[in-house]
Design a protein. Structure first.
Lengths: 152, 85
């Protein structure tokens, strides 16, 4: 059960090792996001960032079986190809691990207070929020709504 | 009533400040009231804070609506839509 907002890089292998020890774990799903195209600086809101991630993870835990998890999000100066974010979920079965991993990533994108500033050759540019990211998060809300309607 | 106000990302850059203590009139003790109070400073303030569609607000590190009430000592943050992950 680890949430970390840090400048340092992380090691996917070591992080997965940490969450797969429980005998009930039958599936680990992980996602790593990395910098593409141009270097960037990631700004965040210390304190709120950790709280926001905690809330997203708690929401995921209320919907899927999560035996253990690690969420790491980096901030500061990041070069092209450097890792930005890791979400790793350990569960008994793959369906829960996959779904929880995607859910947490989709909400990290729209709820956690991070901002990317890209360093282009012709100047710096703040990244604009994508509507596609909002839609990805919205999809989960609709799914939950539908499940509520189906379950009496 | 004093509240701590934070600005992040392009808001921080355009306003030229990341944090300040603001004395809010009691008649303006909501998120919307604080925003209007700051906009009255004119210049970049009225421009940057004008479009609430692109300005998000958190009170005490929780996302908050424009109608959210403010209390003395609250931490209020203004920032653009988030782009992490």
């Amino acid at each position: 059960m680890k949430i970390s907002v840090q400048q340092e890089d992380f090691d996917l292998g070591l992080e997965v090792l940490d969450i797969q020890e429980d005998n009930r774990v039958g599936a680990v799903a992980s996602f790593v996001g990395q910098v593409r195209d141009v270097p960037m600086t990631l700004e965040h809101y210390p304190g709120m960032t950790e709280n926001a991630i905690k809330k997203i993870v708690e929401e995921a835990r209320s919907q899927w079986q999560i035996l253990d998890y690690t969420v790491i999000h980096r901030y500061g100066e990041l070069r092209v190809n450097e890792q930005i974010v890791l979400v790793a979920i350990a569960s008994s079965h793959r369906a829960d691990a996959f779904a929880a991993c995607q859910f947490i990533m989709d909400f990290l994108k729209t709820q956690a207070p991070f901002w990317k500033k890209e360093h282009h050759p012709d100047g710096d540019r703040w990244v604009n929020a994508l509507e596609a990211d909002d839609r990805a998060a919205e999809r989960w809300r609709q799914l939950k709504q539908q499940q509520r309607l189906i379950k009496p | 009533m004093k509240v701590k106000v934070l600005f992040f990302a392009n808001l921080r850059e355009r306003l030229g400040t990341g944090v300040e203590l603001v004395d809010v009139p009691d008649s303006a003790s909501t998120v919307a009231g604080l925003r209007l109070h700051l906009m009255q400073r004119g210049g970049a303030w009225s421009e940057v804070l004008a479009d609430m569609k692109v300005v998000r607000v958190a009170v005490n590190q929780d996302m908050a609506a424009a109608s959210a009430p403010l209390n003395p000592g609250d931490e209020v943050a203004f920032f653009p839509p988030v782009t992490g992950g």
